[in-house]
Design a protein around this ligand. Structure first.
Ligand code: PEP
Ligand code: MN
Length: 291
């Protein structure tokens, strides 16, 4: 029995809908697909990504500007300069953006430029950060810790909820196990369980789960089939040249093909993937609750 007073289905019987923009919501019949590079590297890179993905059924962009890296010598992200790039493509292409927040001191600037703040796996139990995000007025994408149980994951969400922010989306991104052929082990059972235990939207990150680009598409399909409300997938104009997570990055073309190939899988579970959102296109209202 998980003692999550606010996150539990018994607290709120209906599915929580988390609004990313007027047109994009998590938890309804429409799936939300988030695409983009692991890290923002340059203005040109994000322009190319946004241009391509805005003509595809991809509803939001990702790109880290503060990167949690294993090595202190690895690229740590573009910081504020990267935030400005995100803000530019966001308004030029009319696509909401999601980016990672690593510390309390970054919250204000990120919230001023992005539509959703991501808490990475390594910070899932950074309780002071979670409490501070409870006071933020932006939705939070909470990723499961590398070795967190389902209960710990739900209780981390509870911290944000109980500190005042109801807009939390959970993200299963694989957990550590003994086999390193795949980077992590995607726990689809957790996706099904979280959908049953909580009223929060649940999405899946197949990229960090498998760590190899050729495994991303089949796993993404399985995630949708088992009830995920969306996906966050890494892609890059020149995948092999990605400064971080190159091995798992899809090309932009493969990303678009993958998203299109998800449509029949979504239909099989009574969900759908919306049309493009780009500038000049008719806005489609996406924020319907699932039947
Ligand atoms: C990321 O999304 O680039 C990332 C660092 O993910 P995770 O926190 O799941 O490892
Ligand atoms: Mn990454």
């Amino acid at each position: 029995m998980i003692d999550a007073k606010l996150a539990a289905k018994s607290h709120l019987h209906e599915q929580t809908i988390v609004k990313l923009s007027e047109q994009v919501c998590f938890g309804g019949t429409q799936l939300v697909i988030i695409g983009g590079p692991c890290a923002v590297e340059s203005k040109e890179q994000m322009e190319t990504v946004a241009q391509k993905l805005s003509t595809a059924p991809v509803q939001a962009l990702r790109g880290g500007v503060y990167k949690p890296r294993t090595s202190p010598y690895a690229f740590q992200g573009m910081g504020e300069e990267g935030l400005k790039i995100l803000a530019e493509v966001r308004s030029r292409y009319n696509m909401p953006v999601v980016t990672e927040v690593m510390s309390i001191s970054q919250i204000e600037a990120i919230a001023a430029h992005a539509d959703m703040l991501q808490v990475g796996s390594r910070n899932m139990q950074n309780f002071d950060l979670l409490k501070a995000l409870g006071q933020a007025n932006k939705p939070i994408l909470l990723k499961r810790g590398l070795a967190a149980t389902i209960e710990e994951f739900v209780m981390a969400a509870e911290y944000i909820l109980t500190h005042g922010n109801p807009d939390v989306v959970l993200c299963e991104r694989g957990i550590r196990s003994f086999d390193n052929y795949t980077r992590n082990v995607l726990d689809l059972g957790a996706v099904a369980a979280l959908k049953q235990i909580t009223h929060l939207p649940v999405i899946v990150d197949p990229s960090h789960a498998v760590g190899k680009r050729e495994l991303v598409a089949p796993v993404a399909k399985a995630a949708i089939a088992c009830g995920a409300d969306g996906l966050i997938i890494e892609c890059h104009p020149e995948p092999e040249k990605s400064v971080s997570d190159a091995r798992q990055a899809l090309s932009l073309e493969d990303m678009v093909n993958l998203v299109n190939s998800l449509k029949p899988v979504a239909a099989a579970v009574e969900r759908n993937i919306s049309a493009e959102l780009g500038v000049g296109l008719e806005p489609t209202p996406l924020c319907f609750a699932a039947a």
